[in-house]
Each structure stands twice: as C-alpha cells, then as structure tokens.
Design a protein around this ligand. Structure first.
Ligand code: CO
Length: 170
C-alpha cells in the first residue's frame, strides 16, 4: 500500500473524515505508511485525509519544550480549550510553500484512542497543542488557509491555483 500526499483543492481534504471503528492490519499499515510520507516530506504532523484516506487519525513528531514527541491518535476529540495564541505562521504539507498566521488555543485537553485501542487523554500546550488543532481541523475538512480573512485568501489565489494543479500531476 503506497500513500501519496494530496493537495489543496482535492475533495478528500474538504470532507469530514469517518470515525475509525476497528483497528486492523490495514489500519496499522496506514499509520506506518503515514510516517513514511510525513518524514519524506519533512513534515511535523499528518492527518489521514492528506493521503486520501478519509479516516479520523493523525500522527505527529515534533520538538516541544526540548523534548521530541511522537504521537498517533485515532478518533481524537478536543475536550477543553484555553487561551489564545495569535501570532504563529503555520504551514501544511497539503498547501506547500504557503505559511500564514493562524489563531489557536494555547492549551487543550485531548482525548482519543491509540493504536492498541486504548483510550488516552493528554494535556497539551504550546506547539504540541497547535499542531494537534491543525491536524484535527484536517479531520473536519478544514485547512489552515480556511481560517484566513477573505482578502488574504484572495491574495493567495494564484498560488493556491498552482497547488491545486499538483493533484492532477501526481
Ligand atoms: Co496540514
């Protein structure tokens, strides 16, 4: 099973992804394959819809408070949000070459299921919280550029048009 990145404009990125009902070999393969895609593209987070699989799953591998954190989460839900972190420029493997400031919560309480099917809860702050919010947006059909003001998205239109075409080339 080979998974490839899809880009801005692709239908799968606009859909609300489906809940994962069972963890089988295929799903575990998907997770491993997603790590390959993410590391190859030098990303720090990846949601399943970004490889054209409409399932509620994301992975991440980031440095947070001088610690390397690797996390994979199935059916993730943010239960609590607090604070407001205004100015940080986000990027996305599905929107290559563009980065813009997006407002996110500073701290979140995340719950979900790990690859062993165990319910897990996690308090996250800072960069970790930001990446999680970005990835969960993907599961709801939202890209970071969707958070921008209309005038900003208008400015990006030529670039976004080019990115859209990458879907047909690959
Ligand atoms: Co993204």
């Amino acid at each position: 099973m080979v998974h490839e990145l899809i880009y801005y404009g692709h239908d799968t990125l606009k859909k609300v992804a489906r809940e994962i009902m069972n963890i089988d070999g295929e799903l575990l393969q998907l997770i491993d394959s997603m790590y390959n895609v993410m590391y190859r593209a030098k990303g720090i987070g990846l949601a399943a819809p970004q490889v054209d699989v409409s399932k509620r799953l994301f992975i991440l591998d980031i440095e947070n408070d001088n610690k390397q954190i690797t996390l994979e989460m199935l059916n993730p839900v943010i239960k609590e949000f607090s604070g407001k972190w205004e100015s940080y420029e986000e990027g996305c493997l599905s929107v290559p070459g563009i980065s813009k400031e997006v407002v996110r919560s500073v701290e979140i309480l995340l719950s979900g299921v790990n690859r062993d099917g165990k319910e897990v809860e996690l308090e996250a702050g800072g960069m970790l919280a930001r990446v999680i919010q970005h990835e969960i947006d993907h599961l709801n059909g939202i890209l970071f550029v969707d958070h921008l003001e209309d005038y900003m998205r208008k400015e990006l239109r030529p670039e976004l048009k080019k990115i859209k075409k990458m879907n047909r080339l690959s």
